[in-house]
Design a protein. Structure first.
Length: 505
């Protein structure tokens, strides 16, 4: 959830709670004010009427409760009903048959509640209208006996309607206010947090490593966000300076490696050539001499071999460093459509001449027949020889196998061996520079740069590599390249050009 949404929700929730409290307070105040005033008036009027009801004995010795009609207030909203508890006689004023308003009779439970003072007022619905009923016990003046109960019912439908309209008005106003406040809050939060969005955009540029020279534009007041913006801009400036210095240092390092590699190639080539020449001359002069110091001759030849071997190893290292320096410098190789099958045939033929102790097997390569990939033929050749030389180097017995497979618009070159294999934990590191998965790290000669160069060539050809390995059982590399064209498509295009020469440019 974004900060803008949280701020809007908090603001809306606080406003809603405030409006709810205000509306509820206003409603309860008016409700209490109206009904308290109504109860006071009803109690006063009903008490005045009840005081004028004089019990009279009839010929049967029973008390008769007859209200004095002249004492009734002249109102259409007030109805009375007198219930004689001894005779259960009920008198309604005005007459219930004329008005249609019949107040429910009092029960014995109600009488006990009235006498205890707990049931004085009651709101009820009579004939679909709301009434407030006030109960007054009729007590004999001298004996204190309760002779009956008078009910005074006041029509409160206008009050109920007024309060219902008030509830509706408060609800509608509250909802509209909340919606308006939420919209305004969302707009204000967006305006206030706009500099934060600029900060996020700037940090995204930093993450991608571009546009470090740009700064966050802020024209607002010098508040917390302004201070944050200034801090970020200062940090961007320092990062830009550090990044520029790092780029210069890295560029100088790349130039140094490239220049050093170029400079070292010539003397190394000269050393190797001279050592081979000396070795040949030594053999030619040592053979006619007959019986000479064989031990001295063997030591001399061994020293020459060592010097020549080390010079050759340094040459390979320099060539590998030069290739990686070109990759770091963004070298763009010349590319075109390369037919894969002739290249694989050449690789299969030359691989027989590589130093090896394992059997060399050329499997099925029919999948590559007529397939073209977009790339550089020399670098593709170098890529495959890197994998083959590694396979022969780490496979002392068993076989090294080359074949191809097709998957959709991808052509795969599989190189499988039965060598020492690798642990699965080492797979993520085998393409790192100078990393060697050889358990002894020195049992086999090498620079640890071959697979790094291979990975660069694969990336430049928009390809990928799949590795399957198991310790002491062997390793399989599958190099995938996108298919650029097929012989059947080329033939169709050539036929189309031949049949429709007007289409040619």
């Amino acid at each position: 959830m974004s900060i803008r949404l949280r701020l809007t929700l908090w603001y809306t929730a606080i406003l809603s709670a405030t409006l709810l409290l205000l509306g509820l307070g206003l409603y309860l105040f008016l409700h209490y004010f109206y009904y308290n005033d109504l109860e006071s008036k009803l109690q006063q009027q009903a008490g005045a009427v009840a005081s004028r009801i004089k019990p009279q004995l009839n010929i049967y010795g029973e008390y008769v409760l007859i209200p004095n009609i002249r004492d009734l207030p002249k109102t259409n909203n007030l109805f009375y009903q007198v219930t004689n508890l001894s005779t259960r006689q009920v008198i309604s004023l005005p007459d219930a048959e004329q008005t249609g308003i019949k107040i429910p009779d009092v029960t014995e439970e109600k009488v006990q509640c009235i006498l205890s003072g707990q049931c004085q007022f009651e709101t009820m619905s009579i004939q679909g209208s709301s009434f407030m009923v006030y109960y007054v016990p009729l007590v004999q003046q001298y004996t204190g006996n309760v002779l009956g109960v008078m009910q005074a019912a006041y029509w409160i439908e206008p009050y109920e309607s007024l309060l219902a309209q008030l509830r509706l008005i408060l609800t509608v106003i509250g909802l509209i206010s909340v919606l308006i406040a939420a919209s305004i809050g969302w707009f204000l939060a967006r305006k206030v947090l706009r500099p934060i969005e600029q900060v996020i955009a700037a940090t995204n540029r930093i993450e991608k490593g571009v546009d470090l020279d740009k700064r966050i534009e802020y024209t607002g007041p010098n508040d917390e966000i302004g201070e944050l913006t200034q801090t970020i801009n200062g940090m961007l400036g320092r990062l830009q300076n550090a990044y520029s210095e790092l780029e210069e240092a890295y560029g100088a390092q790349r130039r140094f490696v490239s220049d050093a590699s170029h400079e070292l190639r010539t003397p190394l080539t000269t050393i190797r050539g001279n050592m081979e020449l000396l070795e040949k001359m030594w053999k030619q002069t040592a053979l006619p001499s007959g019986e000479q110091d064989d031990a001295k001759m063997e030591l001399t030849l061994e020293a020459m071999h060592d010097i020549s071997g080390e010079a050759e190893r340094m040459s390979r290292l320099v060539n590998d460093l030069l290739s990686l320096a070109r990759a770091d410098a963004g070298f763009q190789m010349t590319k075109g459509e390369v037919e894969l099958q002739p290249l694989l045939d050449e690789i299969a033929r030359k691989a027989q001449l590589l130093p090896k102790t394992a059997e060399w097997i050329v499997g099925q390569t029919k999948a590559a027949k007529g397939i073209y990939v977009y790339g550089n033929e020399d670098y593709l050749r170098q890529l495959l020889f890197i994998f083959l030389e590694n396979a022969f180097k780490y496979t002392e017995q068993g076989y090294v196998r080359l074949d191809t497979l097709r998957h959709g618009e991808q052509i795969g070159i599989r190189i499988e061996d039965t060598g020492i294999g690798m642990d699965k934990s080492e797979i993520p590191h085998i393409f790192e520079r100078f990393y060697r998965a050889d358990p002894s790290r020195g049992r086999k000669s090498g620079t640890g740069l071959g697979l790094s160069i291979a990975k660069w060539i694969i990336d430049e050809h928009q390809g990928s590599v799949e590795v399957k390995t198991r310790q002491d059982e062997g390793t399989t590399f599958i190099i995938w390249f996108p298919v650029a064209a097929e012989f059947s498509r080329r033939a169709a295009q050539a036929e189309d050009h031949f049949l429709h020469p007007r289409n040619q440019v």
